[in-house]
Write a protein that binds this ligand. Structure first.
Ligand SMILES: [Zn+2]
Length: 450
């Protein structure tokens, strides 16, 4: 007997489109994909809706401005309510990770409502020498390098250091990948000093000038060059500018780097002129409308392969907007609105193919980070992480109704069209009728293999 049948929906199958199929689920896995399934404990009617894989957000942060366990519990519930069933969490610090990651995995197993995989930032020689152990002990196959740091939080590392790290990733083979924050530190430092001297009480428009567009483009050129020389696969996180994306288009067409581009739902859907003001302070900064346009073009032309959030949750008390452009903290909670905001802006407002958005939010990150075919696809044998998406489901965003512990949203008061009605995670109905139906700890830590 099956545990669950999802019927009457349009099932998204990559490269085939939307098929009239029923999905049969047992013991957390998809076991049948056909018609006229019967004999099940439960049946979900998806009539009029899309049935698609759970969204994979490969780029979140937990534990930066609040306790890791607290964020792991609350923010993964926000994720679920927005259709996200798997997240990649970036962790970083200046100590060896060997003594830390085991405890983090225990917290994830106890608190998370989605499945989590981990990327580790490499800042020190000690960490670089332990990369192989991070794989052997914890199944971690993705490593991050910061060409520009975050003032007071993370330092940047040199090209020489990055090149050594890239060569290690290349030795691990084609299932491992290096992630890079591409901005040039010196271009940012000069711009930051100028802006903070001239307009210390500036707005989000001034904040954007602290991270010049060319700093991103220049660093993309260098990272791709280093990856081409080292022979590793490269993932450029959070591309925020049209110039950066356009440069990556040329590199992908003409050069030898094996490189994937990521942008975030925020860079696609909001910009520095947003009514949220300094609540939108971020690194890299939110840009202009022309960058929204350029990044959607890059989604269409496959320069952008993958869509994430760079979610950094916090409350307004921690955000400290009242302390001005320089005093406010960077980041915002955005997991729950991530996928619906892209459906609203990309599909409804801009006419982008729904297939393109789903592909870059599901199967592509699964393939890039070594999770496919367990994740990212509706296929027999895959994990039963499934979203029932109603393209016409409209909701006005009120942060008090979101599941994040954060108390603001960049979309406050905006009506977004295209929300999940039901989310199935590991074969169980995890979100339905605006309610989370699973307990913290129903998610797992995902070890990956080379
Ligand atoms: Zn990030």
């Amino acid at each position: 007997m099956l545990d669950l049948i999802i019927k009457n929906g349009k099932v998204f199958i990559p490269e085939k489109g939307f098929l009239d199929l029923e999905v049969g689920i047992k013991d957390g896995k998809i076991v049948a994909l056909e018609n006229n399934l019967s004999d099940s404990k439960e049946v979900l009617d998806a009539a009029g809706n899309i049935v698609m894989p759970g969204v994979i957000d490969p780029h979140i942060h937990l534990g930066i401005f609040n306790d890791f366990a607290h964020e792991c519990e609350h923010e993964t519930r926000a994720a679920l309510a927005g259709g996200v069933t798997t997240c990649g969490v970036f962790m970083g610090g200046d100590q060896s990770y060997l003594g830390q990651v085991g405890e983090l995995i225990d917290v994830i197993e106890a608190k998370s409502s989605v499945d989590l995989f981990m990327h580790l930032a490499i800042f020190t020689e000690e960490q670089m020498s332990e990369m192989k152990s991070y794989y052997e002990k914890f199944g971690i196959t993705s490593f991050k390098f910061y060409m520009a740091g975050v003032k007071g939080v993370f330092p940047n590392v040199s090209d020489g250091f990055i090149y050594e790290g890239f060569k290690k990733v290349a030795e691990f083979g084609d299932k491992a990948i290096a992630c890079v924050h591409c901005e040039d530190q010196s271009l940012i430092d000069v711009a930051f000093d100028k802006v903070s001297a001239q307009t210390p009480e500036g707005t989000l428009v001034d904040w954007a000038k602290t991270g010049p567009d060319m700093a991103e483009e220049e660093a993309i050129i260098r990272a791709c060059y280093l990856a081409e020389k080292a022979g590793n696969r490269l993932y450029i996180v959070h591309i925020s500018t049209k110039d950066g994306a356009d440069r990556l288009t040329k590199i992908k067409a003409n050069e030898g780097a094996r490189v994937f581009g990521e942008t975030t739902s925020a860079y696609l859907t909001v910009n520095k002129h947003g009514e949220f003001g300094l609540k939108g302070k971020m690194l890299p900064p939110l840009r202009d409308k022309s960058d929204n346009d350029g990044l959607w073009d890059a989604v269409k032309n496959d320069t952008i392969d993958s869509l994430g959030t760079d979610n950094v949750s916090m409350t307004l008390e921690v955000k400290q907007e009242e302390n001005g452009m320089l005093g406010a903290m960077p980041g915002y909670p955005i997991l729950q609105t991530h996928f619906p905001a892209m459906i609203n802006e990309g599909y409804h407002n801009r006419g982008i193919d729904i297939e393109t958005i789903i592909t870059k939010a599901t199967i592509n990150p699964a393939k890039i980070f070594g999770l496919y075919p367990q994740k990212g696809v509706i296929a027999v044998g895959s994990d039963a992480d499934i979203v029932i998406l109603d393209l016409d489901n409209s909701k006005t965003v009120e942060s008090k109704n979101l599941f994040s512990y954060g108390d603001f949203s960049l979309f406050e008061g905006q009506t977004i069209k295209g929300w999940p009605t039901t989310v199935v995670k590991s074969g169980k109905i995890a979100f339905s009728n605006d309610e989370i139906m699973v307990e913290p700890g129903s998610g797992s830590f995902l070890k990956r293999e080379l």
